[in-house]
Design a protein around this ligand. Sequence first.
Ligand code: F6R
Length: 600
Amino acid sequence: MCGIVGYAGRRDAQPILLDCLKRLEYRGYDSAGIAVIDENREIGLQLFKAKGEIAVLESQMPQMKGVLGIAHTRWATQGKPTTENAHPLSDCTAKLAVVHNGIISNFMDVREALVKAGHKFTSETDSEVFAHLVESELKGDLVKAVTKALEKVEGTFAFVVVSAGHDEIVAARRESPLVIGLGEGENFIASDVTALLKYTNRMIYIQDGEVARISKDSVSIFDQKGDKVEREPQKVTWSLEDAEKGGYPHFMLKEIFEQPDAIHDSLLGRIETVEPEPFFHGSSFSNVKIVACGTSYYAGLVGKYIIEELAKIPTTVQISSEYRYSPVSKENPLVVLITQSGETADTLGAAREARKRGNKTIGIANVVGSAITREVDHVVYTRAGPEIGVAATKTFVTQLVALYLLAMDLGMQNKSLTAQARRSMIGSLRNFPRDVQDVLNKAGEIESLAKKYAQARDMFFIGRSINFPIALEGALKTKEIAYIHGEGFPAGELKHGPLALVSKDSPVVAIAVKDHTYEKMLGNMSEVSARGSPLIAIGFEGDTELPKYVDDVISIREVPPVFTPVPVIVVLQLWAYYLAKARGCPIDKPRNIAKTVTVE
Ligand code: F6R
């Protein structure tokens, strides 16, 4: 989720690279760097990096000489956001520079082998191993060296490499985007078209498994067998603003659609091992306390069900701002702090309090190096990439992924989860990207339904068991994005009060997947429709009962009950988004709320 740019031409590379890099800054990065090669081979590789925004790099970097180079803005996933960990990364000879997007899942093994062979590392990143691999393979031809190095890495990536003495850029991708921009007497490469639109609109997209050679006069692309690929350039007609949003009208929608990739990245390298490293060696916990705010709190509520079912450990969930006033538990729980930004003041305060109480703490955060990561004993990063829309979407879903991983870890440690059960869980986790994509494919259908109900003033969301917190999250999204008064309830609670508010003007969204609560849900839905309230159900495909009870059904592919929150919340995110769109709300920046809440 970082930003890459490269330039090979006749003009000074440094100002062009910097200008292109700034076009990617809307993503909010934490460090940046640039490498320029001097074509006269007097100076060779010039490399400069800085922690912070691109402006910091710009104000500190020396003038560089050369017409070929690469640059990078980093969104840390492996290793803190420091100058050392910023890209480009170099090798032992200091002649190569590599920028990388993605995750090298086997980097520990590769690094160990390289260290044994005498390589010295200067960063904590997974990316640096690739610079050393290319260095060991480089016998003259840079494309060959990169191709050989690629054979040794696993994971997802976009690599862009330059080397002193080579008048070309070499790039390769697997699942992480790269696009070549064609100019006159100059060519470009970038992770996003946004970076290049000022210079060209003629683009060639590099495909998975391909390697490309880019010089000022030519572009060659090779497939996995090393055969040359012919590909016509495409003309991009996006405005710069469109391009920042990847062609989506809002960041929120873009981020909802990024969820299959975000889940994939969050799982990468974490479920492949038969006997994974435990989060805490030698510790066993008789109970767990989850502490968070807002959407992260709802992730925590889902986490309670996941941990209790998979690890059989009693779990309580508390709002961060209330935690410090709660009595100290004698049972010394594992305290899990969930915060996508890692900067939420209430959650940071709770983390400090938990430590003061002598509890072991885990943070689940999306921003590497954020404040929470310094306040906890162990961090599980969600790898959702930068989230620009104020409403949390992909960070919520990846928080759920982190909670499944935590529950698996705790369940393996206390032996309540057998190896076979873990394998079957992993199968379901691997299916998440596909399950979510299935929901995304129904966006048009969800939009039509949302339009039908968009003028409602109140909307109720009901669910049972693990989908009760999903009803709460659906209501929160509807409130904050669509400005509709939304409330979530455990379906069984309606008759204890809220039914008084249910009328033909207040649609009810019911999560009615086929789990152990299904029959009861049908009963609760009947209570609602008897009061004349329009009813929309989210259920499994092929459920022939549901349509008899409700006005409209949105179907999701059947998954085991404990995994239903992920596809269901994606339905509700799209639901809230399309309600807001139909009502003309400012979706990415809802009134009165901020992305990061640093006051208590
Ligand atoms: C709602 C939303 C907020 C945050 C809350 C906590 O869409 O984004 O409710 O979840 O402010 O923020 P983090 O997770 O950064 O601690």
